[in-house]
Design a protein around this ligand. Structure first.
Ligand SMILES: Nc1nc2c(c(=O)[nH]1)N[C@H]1C(S)=C(S)[C@@H](COP(=O)(O)OP(=O)(O)OC[C@H]3O[C@@H](n4cnc5c(=O)[nH]c(N)nc54)[C@H](O)[C@@H]3O)O[C@H]1N2
Ligand SMILES: Nc1nc2c(c(=O)[nH]1)N[C@H]1C(S)=C(S)[C@@H](COP(=O)(O)OP(=O)(O)OC[C@H]3O[C@@H](n4cnc5c(=O)[nH]c(N)nc54)[C@H](O)[C@@H]3O)O[C@H]1N2
Ligand code: SF4
Ligand SMILES: [Mo]
Length: 702
């Protein structure tokens, strides 16, 4: 006998609906298949979902807290471990000051509604020294959303189900599942654009899996996109093709924008970018002529030396071609639980740049946090207020932040480290205590984040697939317990204690239920439970000007216009540049321990163009040595003309098998970490976001 439960794969942003078969006790998973009735994913799925049972059963996954005693890990009961963790953090703070304890929130938090609702309160009470994967990823998007549309969560979502022309810039949704654009089964959605007579083009230094589906691919030199994006705008203005249509009364700064891009002729941009002027004019012409069109710029132009400028120019192109807030262009979602309107204890402020700065490089906190690229120096540079304690929550900065080796070394010098994480990996291996949450199949989920970033408005409640394990803790319970303990150690005031107590008593399900009831859509958790595949709330609809927090769009924010000036100093170089890539069976750094995803030949290869391979004398299967300012790495070469000459490419999220880690399958396929080469000094100057592309020297391995 068996039971089938509806659920949603929590691994990437695509939110694919799945049907999970278990035994009647709901202790064991018997199978996973796509849910054809999910209104968003409509039966789409990728190989990672089939590995969820292995993730659940993984013998290396921690089920109880462990405390480090010398070189050994000792299992501990929850109360003991939580007391130990809170006391350790409190001791560092009492001795050295509150802000000498830092937090780092990693990516899986956003895929877990309990963590979304409870992690911010915990990290804010812990200290002002906050880091997260946001500044290794989408911070420029949020910064620009705040500057242009008035709130960091006002992110325009490409309406790929209705557009006539999609220009994908620095994104590879066919492999990544799509990002800041929840679009499950994206390959089918791209093909549908072509099926209705539309067109897909890609701008990327690598001919990607997405490029293979597209109608055209344009190679671009990494780090130079701001120039060609400005040139596209320049061309639109020059041909009097720029206008904002219906939104005219609500847009300010059009003349300033025109002046800012005036110097950026296609000829000037072409020299830097490697895209010919005629090609850029053609692109601008197609964007202007298409009935509807949308430029979608993601990771590659966010973790970029001009990350914010790129995101601004992408939005500006969409705006002046009349495609913001129009079906087939880019629209704002109206999610059932509106995170834009969340109360301050759980929500995000509109946006901010703080006067508070980091100690070593004087980088301001942007949108409430310091750049993860400054984490290492804040920990390893002497001084009274050096960071001496750290809590990582679902994060692996040793593999995911630039110059990971420096972070790894810095962790060794901490007085106390807590990890909320299911694995003993490259980051958590140095912790004093690890607090592991239950597996994703043991928790319920309402996706607060990705319903708000989706190409269609839907709502879906997931019941836990498996029974709750004895002695298990949810992430939110761990976070809340730590917060409560620290509050007690600090003798917090009554108001803080009461707010915390109420939040804990409500728990995430009730908080989401309240959000649904306030949505005005007559929804509740109980109601969603009756539609286990999810409910369809329809395509995205125009919402402006009503949804604009300030009632206006600034198409030329001062900070961005000023930052564009930095582009004047950009010079064409002959450096070999290293970029990274995603592969459909990876999920950042943490799914290489699942045998299903690790079959077949070594995937952690260095892509090298044939002319570069010939120059340095390597062939496929040989090893090459890469050297950057911060490190050296040797990797097996794969010669291919899918990268442009002068560009080499390693996948991100590898570099396993380090001493003291406990991920036995990953250790058999260690690969190398691209972030042993990336440089923490390379950032987007305006936001502090990491810029991952890095110049390297390359030579055949001796
Ligand atoms: N399979 C898989 N899926 C994932 C993940 C994963 O690790 N594996 N991670 C998830 C996460 S956390 C995220 S944020 C999303 C990210 O999803 P995407 O935004 O699609 O990210 P990538 O696949 O890294 O694609 C970035 C592209 O930018 C290109 N690029 C690099 N530098 C430049 C540049 O200077 N200019 C231009 N124009 N392009 C450039 C790269 O070649 C690459 O093709 O994916 C999510 N989904
Ligand atoms: N060079 C280069 N570097 C990159 C990127 C790139 O493209 N190139 N991509 C960047 C991007 S987009 C991102 S988002 C970051 C990701 O950076 P991170 O978020 O730091 O790294 P992840 O690999 O996602 O690590 C997730 C951690 O969470 C743990 N975990 C998994 N599930 C859960 C859970 O449910 N609860 C808890 N508590 N823990 C869990 C895992 O064991 C692992 O330790 O990396 C960035 N780094
Ligand atoms: S694309 Fe794959 S990893 Fe992402 S949600 Fe769907 S099944 Fe899960
Ligand atoms: Mo990410």
């Amino acid at each position: 006998m068996s039971v089938v439960r509806h659920s949603t794969c929590p691994l990437c942003e695509a939110m694919c609906g799945i049907l999970v078969t278990t035994d009647t006790d709901r202790r064991e998973v018997l199978g996973v298949r796509p849910d054809p009735d999910d209104p968003l994913s409509r039966g789409g799925i990728c190989p990672k979902a089939f590995a969820l049972p292995e993730l659940h059963d993984d013998p290396d996954r921690l089920r109880t807290p462990v405390v480090r005693v010398g070189d050994r890990w000792e299992p501990r009961g929850w109360d003991d471990a939580l007391d130990f963790a809170a006391q350790g953090l409190h001791d560092v703070q009492t001795k050295h000051g509150r802000d000498t304890v830092a937090s780092y929130l990693g990516n899986p938090n956003v895929h877990n509604y309990g963590a979304v609702l409870f992690a911010p309160a915990f990290t804010r009470m812990l200290s002002k020294t906050r880091f997260s994967a946001t500044s290794l990823d989408q911070l420029p998007h949020q910064f620009v959303a705040w500057q242009m549309f008035g709130h960091q969560l006002m992110l325009p979502i490409p309406d790929i189900d209705r557009t006539d022309l999609l220009l994908v810039v620095g994104a590879n949704p066919v492999a990544s599942g799509g990002s800041l654009m929840t679009a499950p089964d994206v390959r089918k959605r791209l093909k549908a654009i072509q099926g209705r007579g539309g067109r897909v083009e890609v701008v990327d230094p690598r001919r990607t899996e997405t490029s293979r589906v597209a109608d055209a691919h344009h190679f671009v030199r990494p780090g130079t996109d701001a120039a060609w994006l400005a040139a596209v705008l320049h061309t639109l203005f020059a041909h009097e093709e720029a206008g904002v249509g219906r939104l005219a009364d609500h847009v300010v700064g059009l003349e300033t924008l025109r002046a800012a891009v005036e110097p950026w002729t296609p000829e000037r941009a072409a020299e830097l970018c490697g895209i010919e002027a005629s090609e850029l004019r053609g692109l601008a012409g197609r964007l202007a002529a298409a009935e509807t069109a949308v430029v979608y710029g993601r990771m590659g132009v966010s973790t970029h030396p001009f990350g914010a400028v790129c995101q601004w120019l992408v939005n500006a192109i969409n705006l002046v071609t009349g495609n913001i807030d129009r079906p087939g262009g880019a629209l704002f979602t109206t999610p059932a639980v509106d995170i834009l309107r969340a109360p301050p204890s759980i929500g995000l402020a509109a946006g901010s740049i703080s006067r508070r700065t980091t100690r070593v490089r004087s980088r301001p906190a942007v949108l409430g946090e310091y750049p993860a690229a400054t984490m290492a120096e804040e920990m390893d540079t002497d001084g009274d207020d050096r960071v001496r304690g750290l809590v990582t929550v679902a994060g692996n900065p040793v593999l995911s932040a630039p110059n990971g080796r420096r972070i790894e070394a810095a962790l060794g010098g901490l007085d106390f480290q807590v990890a909320i994480d299911p694995y003993i990996n490259e980051t958590t291996r140095q912790a004093d205590v690890i607090l592991p949450p239950v597996s994703p199949l043991e928790r319920g989920q309402y996706d607060l984040v990705f319903h708000a970033l989706s190409v269609r408005n839907t709502a879906k409640w997931n019941e836990p697939v498996l029974a709750f394990p004895e002695g298990g803790r949810h992430d939110w319970q761990i976070l809340h317990s730590l917060e409560t303990r620290l509050g007690a150690l600090r003798s917090d005031g009554l108001a803080a204690r009461a707010e915390r107590w109420i939040r804990g008593r409500l728990g995430p399900e009730t908080i989401v239920d309240l959000g649904l009831r306030l949505s005005g859509r007559k929804l509740s958790v109980a109601k969603l439970k009756q539609s286990p595949s999810g409910v369809d709330l329809g395509p995205l609809e125009p919402t402006l000007p009503k949804r604009l927090p300030n009632g206006r769009i600034d198409v030329a924010p001062e900070l961005l216009v000023a930052d564009l000036k930095r582009l004047d100093a950009l010079e064409a170089t002959a450096d070999v540049v290293l970029i990274s890539r995603r592969q459909d069976r990876d999920c950042n750094s943490w799914m290489h321990n699942l045998p299903t995803l690790m079959r077949g030949k070594d995937r952690c290869t260095l892509l090298v163009h044939s002319t570069d391979a010939a120059r340095i004398g390597v062939a496929t299967g040989d090893r090459a040595v890469l050297t950057s300012r911060v490190g050296e790495v040797s990797a097996p070469v794969e010669v291919t003309d899918d990268v442009m000459p002068g560009v080499v490419c390693l996948p991100h999220g590898w570099g396993h098998g380090r001493e003291g880690t406990r991920m036995s399958v990953a250790a058999e396929h260690p690969g190398v970490s691209v972030n042993d080469l990336t440089d923490e000094l390379r950032i987007d100057e305006l936001t502090g976001n990491a810029a991952f592309a890095v110049p390297v020297r390359i030579a055949a391995a001796p």
